[in-house]
Design a protein around this ligand. Structure first.
Ligand code: ADP
Length: 382
């Protein structure tokens, strides 16, 4: 581990030397100076982890040492040394960005504990900066990679459509021998399979794109008044067609006008129903219900599937989270759908959460404010 570099500034030689000796015993590399001018020279030439300075120096104010440190080395932690008489200026120094202060004469343990805390704080601050930088890199990578993957995939899908059209022309042509037409039909069926797979790939890439756009705040919601009951009905019909055996039951009471980006709310509900299919037995029942009460409308998606463990009810909304349940092993996915859905719902001032059913399976609830409530709120806060 690198040695900690500490600068001690005190115009009383004995104080500077004593502090230096104590901190050196703890393994720090300590420079001790007895004037403000020398302190400024040191700060301009070296980066210290901690600067411990007296507030009242003969030649200048300790605050100047503090400011110069902050200007040149924002990560360096500054601690002020002060006598009782100058406690007020110590408080002013804290307001000005000093991390802590020590009253002279200070006890050895207190001195060591204060320096220890300061070093820990500096380490955590540096780690935070590194993690923020990594997070930015990850978001940039996500955005770049998903764009780069989307462009050729769009071209592949387009070419596949053209090839299928050619195949169907060939298989329907009367002037082409029968074996050739049969071959064209088989090729068309193969292309259809490839097309389904490329659609799956496109959905995954779109999820990655959504995550990077949401994280960069680049998702614009196109808001308009819509009836949530219509949206739920339409999603149920569309998803029933895609289902391989699951039965969707809808329970919708009346209308539920909301102000929303219809496409995005459909995306959320399709994701929840799609998950209910994915994590349920093939003939499992999925219930899609809507009820409005007071100020909110709530859509609930209930399945009889594998369920989520008690400790996972919140975790499943995390980025890239996938359940360790072996029964979900064969199910494809990146663990992004619920993260994206929760973000979209939050942008509609709503809430999305999951609940374990008393029997088997899970119920997901989406709560959104009803239109009149939202416009009233907006008028109030405008
Ligand atoms: P994906 O399904 O693509 O992995 P999601 O973000 O939609 O990503 O879901 C995250 C995880 O939450 C899934 O991997 C699964 O473990 C769990 N999960 C989601 N929906 C259900 C459900 N209806 N029943 C059981 N587990 C679910």
């Amino acid at each position: 581990m690198a040695t900690n570099k500490v600068l001690v500034v005190d115009d009383e030689q004995s104080v500077a030397t004593t502090i230096k000796a104590i901190l050196e015993l703890d393994g720090s590399d300590v420079t001790a100076v007895t004037s403000g001018k020398e302190a400024l020279t040191q700060i301009r030439e070296h980066e210290f982890d901690v600067v411990l300075t007296d507030l009242r120096l003969d030649d200048l104010d300790g605050i100047e040492v503090l400011h110069e440190t902050q200007k040149l080395w924002p990560d360096t932690v500054a601690i002020m040394l002060t006598g009782y008489a100058s406690l007020e200026s110590a408080v002013a120094a804290l307001r000005g960005g000093a991390y802590d202060y020590l009253i002279k004469p200070s006890d050895v343990d207190e001195l060591r504990a204060t320096i220890g805390r300061a070093l820990e704080r500096r380490r955590l601050r540096q780690r935070l900066v590194e993690l923020e930088q990594l997070d930015r890199l990850k978001t940039q990578f996500l955005s770049m990679a998903s764009h780069e993957l989307r462009t050729p995939l769009t071209a592949v899908s387009g070419f596949m459509q053209i090839a299928r059209r050619r195949m169907s022309r060939l298989s329907g042509a009367t002037d082409v021998p029968e074996p050739w037409r049969a071959e064209a039909q088989r090729a068309d069926a193969t292309l259809e399979m490839a097309n389904r797979q490329s659609k799956k790939l496109a959905r995954l890439i779109d999820e990655l794109l959504d995550v990077s756009r949401l994280q960069q705040g680049r998702v614009e919601m196109r808001l308009a008044e819509v009836d949530l009951a219509d949206v739920v009905r339409e999603v149920a019909e569309r998803m029933q067609i895609l289902s391989k055996g699951n039965q969707i039951e809808t329970k919708i009471a009346g209308t539920a006008p909301i102000v929303a980006d219809r496409d995005r709310i459909e995306q959320v509900l399709e994701n929840l129903v799609g998950n209910a299919f994915k994590y349920s037995p093939e003939n499992g029942r999925v219930e899609l219900s809507l009820h409005a009460s007071g100020v909110n409308a709530t859509v609930s998606v209930r399945d009889e599937g594998i369920g989520v463990a008690p400790g996972e009810v919140e975790k499943i909304f995390g980025l890239f989270y996938r359940s360790p349940d072996p029964r979900a092993d064969h199910v494809g996915g990146l663990g992004l759908g619920l993260y994206i859905s929760r973000e979209i719902v939050a942008r509609h001032h709503g809430r999305l959460w999951a609940e374990r059913n008393a029997g088997a399976g899970t119920t997901f609830h989406v709560t959104l404010p009803l239109a009149q409530v939202r416009s009233h709120e907006e008028a109030r806060t405008a």
